[in-house]
Design a protein around this ligand. Structure first.
Ligand code: GDP
Length: 318
């Protein structure tokens, strides 16, 4: 069974890891948002790709969910002594990833090839694909500062500015990375991970051919919003500022054209009938993934749910 997961950073990485633990029974591809990528100290930083890869490789920091475990920050401390910028936290081990990636990119290698090399080195069995080898930059239109880059919004201003809109600069010119459309087309199951719908999943969907391929195959999405709140990050705040009440129902409506199935938390049981009434099948379960076992359990439940959906569809078609 071919499973493809669309992922941003922390939420996406956790569920991707759950599916990775189901290998070799499934073949897993993870398509990762690169709209957050940026250059800092002359180095290419790819926050979501690194979070996904560190998580799949067992190298992630379990406290933060991003960065590497058992990392130190000596370089950044020395940068601080020199009066340099320290708003973006770069650990010493993490820096090695950015140094080597930048070197390979400067040699002319596409990002997808660099990711493949790193995955092989880190012993990652899943196929991890950046959404594109071309630059796409997520821009956030804010009340306070006008249009700003995503990392300025997210890290420098700590998600405080009120959002009015988003743009994915370069997405019209960018092509999906080699393998992205092929993986989607060959998928028996496409999963939209519990990632931020506005700034982690939307950039992937904005690329040529991605939405139409998912639309023709249909997907299962997992809500990143539980009881109107996010587990982490600004997705709920973004919904509110855009005039939409944040809830699992809002997420289901967001993805509605793509969905056959929707996974929402047992704490949101009260919203089940509203989601079902839009023709989407619903799985209610614990969606909080506190540890490896819960990641695996959720992934397995989604696999079973997808089989139920297919059986149901087949019955209706005959
Ligand atoms: P980011 O780039 O690191 O912000 O990564 P994502 O967009 O992948 O993740 C942020 C989203 O993941 C937030 O909206 C969180 O609510 C959601 N999230 C994080 N952990 C979990 C979890 O264990 N379960 C669910 N359902 N959502 C989660």
């Amino acid at each position: 069974m071919n499973v493809t997961v669309l992922a941003g950073g922390v939420g996406g990485a956790k569920l991707a890891h759950g599916f990775a633990l189901c290998q070799p029974e499934i073949r897993l591809t993870v398509i990762v948002n690169t709209g957050d990528d940026f250059d800092h100290f002359g180095l290419r930083i790819c926050p979501d790709l690194d979070t996904v890869c560190y998580t799949l490789a067992g190298l992630a920091n379990p406290q933060t969910g991003w960065g590497r475990k058992e990392d130190t920050f000596e370089v950044l401390q020395c940068v601080a002594e020199l009066g340099g910028p320290t708003w973006f936290k770069l650990g010493d081990k993490d820096l090695a990833t950015h140094l080597e990636r930048t070197r390979l990119l400067k040699e002319g290698q596409p990002l997808s090839r660099v990711v493949k090399t790193f995955c092989e080195r880190w012993g990652i069995e899943a196929q991890v694909l950046p959404m594109s080898d071309d630059p796409v930059r997520t821009m956030v239109h804010t009340q306070e500062y006008g249009w700003i880059g995503f990392q300025d919004y997210f890290v420098r201003y700590g998600c405080q500015p009120a959002v009015k809109d988003f743009a994915f600069e370069g997405c019209e010119r960018a092509s999906p990375a080699p393998g992205v459309i092929e993986a989607l087309e060959a998928s028996d199951l496409i999963v939209i991970a519990p990632s931020n719908p506005w700034v982690s999943v939307q950039p992937i969907l904005s690329l040529k051919g991605v939405s139409s391929t998912i639309h023709s195959k249909k997907a299962i999405a997992v809500s990143p919003i539980i009881q109107g709140r996010t587990v982490k990050g600004p997705a709920a705040k973004m919904y509110r500022e855009l005039g939409i009440e944040p809830s699992a129902l809002a997420v289901a409506r967001h993805y509605q054209p793509f969905l056959w199935g929707f996974v929402m938390d047992e704490l949101d049981r009260g919203l089940e009938s509203s989601v079902r009434s839009s023709g989407i099948m619903v799985l209610i379960t614990q969606t909080m993934m506190h540890n490896e076992q819960e990641r695996l359990t959720l992934a397995k439940k989604i696999l079973t749910f997808s089989k139920e959906i297919y059986q149901n569809r087949e019955r209706r078609e005959f």
